[in-house]
Design a protein around this ligand. Structure first.
Ligand SMILES: NC(=O)c1ccc[n+]([C@@H]2O[C@H](COP(=O)([O-])OP(=O)(O)OC[C@H]3O[C@@H](n4cnc5c(N)ncnc54)[C@H](O)[C@@H]3O)[C@@H](O)[C@H]2O)c1
Length: 362
């Protein structure tokens, strides 16, 4: 008989619906519980999404009393830490939405809880399932570029500022850095094999979010809408990283990997207010190299695919539970991503370069 995986969802807002729709497509998965702090919201969610096997709860602790295999954490960033640690401690595997946490310390505690409970902690970066992202990683890891010494990553939305919990530092941790910067960092770092960051020197600003001309919630906007950072990584690699939610420019340029034998360029997919290689939206991939003074440019065809990468991320979590595999996108790795965001905010506040310390998890 097929093993049925029983899932709970904590937080029943926008992204929770995407999780629920993905789980509903899987015949070997049952969503058995949904929790939301707003009384009645989980119940409404269950009705709207027609989750016939699910019970509603107004407190995630009550949901965790059930005998669940895994939990999707779909709360605003500020609640990722508490709900993840509680879920792991209750013996559930966790798929937490991005960004991992609000602070580096929280991310560290989440990994520690996962180790202590011997339960999987996976972070929801769906662009990892884009075959183009995988092709870029394979190319760089195959050594065709030689030693990569410089990476330029991050992209910009021209006009793409969210509101609500995303623009409050206490609730979100950071603005554009946490919301879309974490994807760009993951693209760069995952391609390189997640080298350790050593130092960061950063600048952030919020000229648009705090201006009522550009944001209707300007009076409560206290995060960055633009940031740039120079990050030294182990292995003699530097990462020039930039991100924006809003700017007077069409794009922040391509993503570049410069190696000793060749260079790789990824251009943003599309154009207009949402363009930018920050979430895996790759328009073109080209490789540049010189052979005895002759410049050669090779177009690498962008893989056209029908994959629903969000579904793939949720499915990989389920299959990892079924096959007792380790986390597909391990919290232990994504702590590095969170440490860089933390370093960027510290460096920007202090106006100088700062060191990045990552604990060894054993
Ligand atoms: N992977 C993606 O493509 C993607 C896209 C959008 C958002 N996100 C991430 O998903 C998360 C949620 O974003 P959203 O847009 O769905 O937000 P949302 O505000 O629409 O929904 C969050 C829900 O969580 C509930 N909640 C808050 N604290 C809770 C707690 N302690 N226990 C239970 N429920 C709680 C809120 O009441 C709300 O209903 C954020 O971290 C965001 O960064 C990911």
């Amino acid at each position: 008989m097929t093993q049925v995986i029983e899932i709970g969802i904590i937080g029943s807002g926008g992204i929770a619906a995407a999780h629920a729709r993905a789980y509903k497509k899987m015949p070997d998965v049952k969503i058995v519980a949904v929790a939301d702090v707003i009384p009645g919201k989980a119940k409404e969610f269950i009705q709207n999404l027609e989750l016939k096997d699910a019970k509603p709860f107004d407190d995630h602790q009550e949901l965790l009393h059930l005998d669940l295999d895994g939990v999707s954490i779909c709360t605003p960033n500020v609640a990722h830490h508490l709900t993840t640690v509680d879920s792991l401690s209750a013996g559930k595997h966790v798929l937490v939405e991005k960004p991992m946490a609000v602070t580096l310390q929280q991310a560290i505690e989440m990994v520690e809880a996962s180790k202590k409970a011997d339960r999987m902690l996976s972070v929801g970066f769906q662009p990892r399932y884009d075959p183009n992202m995988q092709a870029v990683k394979e190319l760089v890891q195959s050594g065709q570029l030689g030693n990569v010494y410089y990476v330029q990553a991050g992209g910009g939305r021209r006009r793409g500022m969210p509101g609500g919990t995303f623009i409050n530092k206490e609730l979100a941790g950071a603005g554009a850095m946490a919301d879309i910067g974490c994807y760009s960092l993951d693209l760069a770092l995952n391609t390189l094999g997640y080298p350790k960051p050593l130092t960061v020197s950063a600048y952030t600003s919020n000229h648009f979010g705090t201006n009522p001309l550009y944001h209707q919630e300007a009076d409560r906007f206290d995060v960055e809408d633009f940031g740039t950072a120079f990050i030294r990584l182990e292995g003699g690699i530097v990462l020039n990283f930039k991100i924006s939610w809003a700017m007077h420019m069409d794009s922040l340029g391509p993503t570049l990997f410069l190696g000793t034998d060749a260079g790789l360029k990824l251009t943003p997919a599309g154009s207009g207010p949402w363009s930018g290689v920050w979430d895996g939206g790759i328009g073109e991939i080209s490789m540049f190299h010189d052979i005895k003074g002759h410049h050669v440019e090779t177009e690498i065809p962008v893989k056209q695919h029908q994959l629903d990468i969000f579904y793939e991320k949720v499915r990989d979590f389920v299959v990892s539970i079924k096959e007792s595999r380790s986390a597909p996108i391990p919290g232990e790795q994504i702590v590095i991503n969170q440490a860089i965001i933390d370093g960027i905010l510290r460096s920007s506040d202090e106006g100088r370069e700062v060191s990045i310390e990552i604990p060894n998890f054993n």
